[in-house]
Design a protein around this ligand. Structure first.
Ligand code: PMP
Length: 420
């Protein structure tokens, strides 16, 4: 893939660019409890560069109108900008055409859409869907719901001690009655990268389609849906420097064409009478109601921003931060890294002996350091490791080694307080 060669760029060269990248994010100048903000909760949501903030504001200042409806000029401008954003998404993930790009609220809505429009009409009590043990609740509960509605079985591929999906076992779960494999591309709880290409090949060999939960992967790995050959790909804008409330479902046109609409309403129809309704073409069939127009435009700008830095340069920098943090964390007595997969990106999940993760998070917050503490909406994988939760630092393009040092110093203070 193009990105893999870019990642090989000299990380030292990338470092010097980070100070410049940081300038693009106004919120990084905030202080918290009188300390400079050290924001290490990027897996929950990322901050927004000026270009995205300004694009949203500019839409409301200069264009604001509904899309696909008006003959007036502003409505046409709004429609053009909204559709231009769709084209930017298409290009960013290398989809074949814009019919395959559905704007949704986020990953959660994208997966619910597939569960109800793809899953529900196809599933019977004989069928099954496969997920892994390290899914976010967004890639578990929609499947449990559709299994409840249809009687189908939800099968769970195990994860080993390192936090890697057991691909052999997953292969053995796939059978003639498997209707879908739905799996995370990058675990938000552990940072493990799933060997999705291998899994997709394996599933396709048995004519089973694959959905990838790309909520985390989209900002860190570089996604090429054609190269992956996935059937569905779901992601949220807010994890890749775009506003909240906008996300994308990519689906292969043939699948989307064959699926009924998810919701009914305006924009998703071509004609309506009380006798019968004809649905609109793709992608509008799945976009009932007024969409998040400003959000979609913001997403387009966020993808432009990421492309201008280069996803490869970003990934190389984040990889350096993760390696650096992992090395330091391994030297801390009483700290245990949860998730030691060979392939990882941007997430350091850990526990401290004798300290509840929430206490770690609260004490670090006093130092201006934002991390996540808890089950990360992935309770089953926490149960797999016998934990109620972990502390999680997650890195992004604007983080620095100095911030990792601040985190480690903060952890030392937490330990001191609990040893007293
Ligand atoms: N899947 C994964 C792996 C995630 O990390 C998240 C967000 N934490 C989601 C799904 C859900 O994303 P959203 O809340 O934006 O719909």
């Amino acid at each position: 893939m193009k990105m893999e060669t870019e990642v090989l760029r000299n990380p030292g060269q990338v470092h010097s660019e980070v100070a410049r990248w940081r300038e693009d994010f106004p919120v990084l100048r905030e202080t918290v409890h009188g300390k400079p903000l050290v924001y290490l909760d990027n897996a929950a949501t990322t901050h927004k560069p000026v270009s995205v903030i300004e694009a949203e504001a500019a839409f409301y200042r200069h264009t604001n109108s509904n899309v696909h409806r008006g003959v007036h000029t502003l409505s046409q401008r709004a429609t053009d900008q909204y559709e231009e954003a769709r084209e930017k998404v298409r290009r960013f993930i290398n989809a074949a055409n814009t019919k395959e790009i559905i704007f949704v609220r986020g990953t959660t809505e994208a997966i619910n859409l597939v569960a109800q429009s793809f899953g529900r009409p196809r599933l019977t009590a004989e069928d099954n869907i496969i997920v892994s043990a390290m899914e976010h609740h967004s890639n578990i509960v929609p499947w449990q719901m559709v299994c409840g509605q249809t009687g189908a079985e939800l099968r769970v591929a195990p994860v080993n001690e390192a936090g890697e999906v057991d691909v052999e076992m997953l292969g053995r779960l796939i059978g003639p009655k498997t209707k879908l494999v739905a799996i995370t591309h990058l675990s938000n709880a552990l940072g493990s990268i799933t060997p999705v290409k291998r899994i997709i090949k394996m599933a396709h060999a048995q004519q089973v389609p694959v959905l990838l939960d790309g909520a985390q992967a989209i900002a860190h790995l570089g996604v090429d849906v054609k190269a992956l050959d996935c059937d569905f790909y779901a992601f949220s804008g807010h994890k890749i420097y775009a506003p909240t409330g906008i996300g994308v479902l990519y689906g292969k046109e043939a699948w989307l064409d064959a699926m009924p609409p998810y919701q009914g309403g305006g924009d998703m129809i071509s004609s309506v009478t009380f006798g019968e309704t004809h649905y609109n073409d793709l992608p509008y069939k799945f976009e009932a109601g007024t969409p998040n127009i400003a959000g979609a435009i913001g997403l387009g700008h966020a993808l432009d921003y990421v492309s201008s830095l280069g996803i490869g340069a970003i990934a190389a920098h984040e990889h350096d931060l993760l390696e650096y943090a992992t090395g330091l964390a391994n030297g801390i007595k009483g700290l245990k890294i949860i998730g030691t997969a060979r392939e990882k990106a941007s997430i350091l999940s850990f526990t401290l002996e004798g300290v509840h993760p929430h206490d770690i998070g609260t004490i670090l917050d006093h130092d201006g350091i934002a991390i996540r503490a808890g089950h990360h909406c992935a309770m089953p994988i926490m149960q797999r490791f016998g934990l109620a939760g972990t502390a999680r630092a997650s890195f992004s393009l604007y983080n620095t080694r100095a911030e990792v040092d601040a985190l480690m110093a903060g952890i030392a203070r937490v330990q001191e307080m609990f040893q007293r």
